[in-house]
Design a protein around this ligand. Structure first.
Ligand code: VGL
Ligand code: ZN
Length: 234
């Protein structure tokens, strides 16, 4: 087995006290994530970053009132892939967050960035949401139409490196971490989500629903204490 750790979206805008889309307790995850980053068993350590243009479709102020309240309103999003324009999805609206080049898009300094081998910037196409580090909300994969949304073909890199197992941590557990873990499983990797190394936008029912989806996709839920035994190494 060869394992990769994916640290999802540990960015200022997702963290208290000043993040525009702060996830409760997100910053407190740093010691747990840093301990995982230092496990010798990982072949590759990846960090993803939400990196949106200012006109991104998920930003509430980019839509006309009254249906433009962040968190509570949903709009209809169309698949931007050529020939797939009839495909639509509901998209929850968010406060403006992680705009490319702003301090809110930076990785929080508490994360040991020296240990990161590869950064994946995602959500860069204004027309479509991209929670997962692998594919956009319609499942468009990086190398195809999704080129404008993401700067790395993560599935390709993991495959080239012979990765068999993927461990996902970070925020938000019920959005980007869940989607990344589910897509890793769909891409054929053994996929795990480290439960004490994530926090959620909606920690109650949001997380319960996310866990049902994760289990249905074959993603294993593990604790950080179990990871060392699973990845081997010292
Ligand atoms: C995320 C909402 C909007 C996440 C990103 O990182 O989970 N959530 N954009
Ligand atoms: Zn986002």
């Amino acid at each position: 087995m060869k394992a990769a750790l994916i640290v999802v979206d540990m960015q200022e805008d997702f963290c208290p006290p000043n993040g525009s889309l702060a996830v409760h307790e997100a910053r407190t995850l740093a010691p747990t994530i840093n301990a995982l980053l230092s496990h010798k068993g990982f072949t590759l350590r990846v960090a993803s970053q939400d990196n949106h243009p200012a006109d991104h479709i998920s930003f509430a102020p980019n839509h006309p009132p009254p249906n433009n309240l962040p968190f509570t309103c949903t709009i209809t999003m169309t698949n931007p892939a050529p020939g797939k324009e009839t495909e639509t999805k509901p998209q929850r609206l968010w406060p403006v967050h992680c705009v490319a080049g702003t301090p809110g898009a930076a990785l929080i300094p508490e994360i040991d960035a020296a240990k990161i081998d590869l950064y994946v910037r995602k959500g860069m196409d204004a027309r479509v949401e991209m929670y997962s580090a692998f594919a956009d909300a319609f499942g468009n994969l990086d190398k195809e139409v999704n080129r404008s949304s993401v700067d790395v073909d993560l599935r390709g890199v993991l495959s080239e490196q012979g990765i068999t197992d993927v461990f996902c941590v970070g925020v938000a557990g019920d959005y980007c971490v869940k989607s990344t873990a589910v897509d890793a499983a769909r891409a054929g990797f053994r996929s795990f989500l480290v439960e004490d190394a994530t926090r959620c936008v909606d920690p109650g029912e949001g997380w319960e629903e996310a866990k049902r989806e994760l289990k249905a996709a074959g993603v294993g839920l593990v604790s950080s204490a179990e990871v060392e035994g699973l990845v081997g190494g010292v």
